[in-house]
Design a protein around this ligand. Structure first.
Ligand code: FES
Ligand code: FES
Length: 158
């Protein structure tokens, strides 16, 4: 049955195929809406590569049935930019700190950090490490990622 999904401020009518009634949000974002920011890593909620925001809080889009999100607001990496295209402070900071090596984990890291900064404008390093603890980075970029979040928090606090 068709349902409406609000993504990045716009409503989308989604018509799942036969047998896809419980289709996870990640597949709807990537395959139906062509929003490829959220990545498929493990598919079972263990890596964080697929993280997006649901009403401002990070969720694993590989685990959340898309149809359960009617009336909620989903934000993906693509939706963090300002409407005229200006990058979000986090996106700029991750580039400035060269936080990504392969960058596969970076969209999930940025969305998890965005959720943190919505709750806490001036997080400590420990806050950042805790918020990103469940987002895995196989390249070992953690320290650069933490520095990027600190840089973004400082910019947003100005
Ligand atoms: S792909 Fe969703 S947590 Fe790994
Ligand atoms: S930069 Fe490669 S997985 Fe994090």
């Amino acid at each position: 049955m068709a349902f409406t999904l609000n993504v990045n401020g716009a409503p989308h009518v989604i018509e799942p195929g036969e047998g896809e009634e419980d289709i996870p949000l990640l597949y709807v974002l990537r395959d139906h809406l062509r929003l490829n920011g959220a990545k498929y890593g493990c598919g079972v909620g263990q890596c964080g590569a697929c993280t997006v925001l649901r009403d401002g809080a990070p969720v694993r889009s590989c685990l959340v049935p898309a149809a359960s999100l009617q009336g909620r607001e989903v934000t993906t990496l693509e939706g963090l930019r300002a409407p005229e295209g200006t990058l979000h402070a986090l996106q700029k900071a991750f580039l400035a700190e060269q936080a990504g090596q392969c960058a596969y984990c970076i969209p999930g890291m940025i969305l998890s950090a965005a959720g943190l900064l919505r709750q806490k404008r001036s997080p400590t390093e420990a806050d950042i490490r805790t918020a990103l603890d469940a987002n895995l980075c196989r390249c070992g970029s953690h320290n650069r990622i933490v520095r990027a979040v600190q840089r973004a928090a400082a910019e947003l606090a100005e």
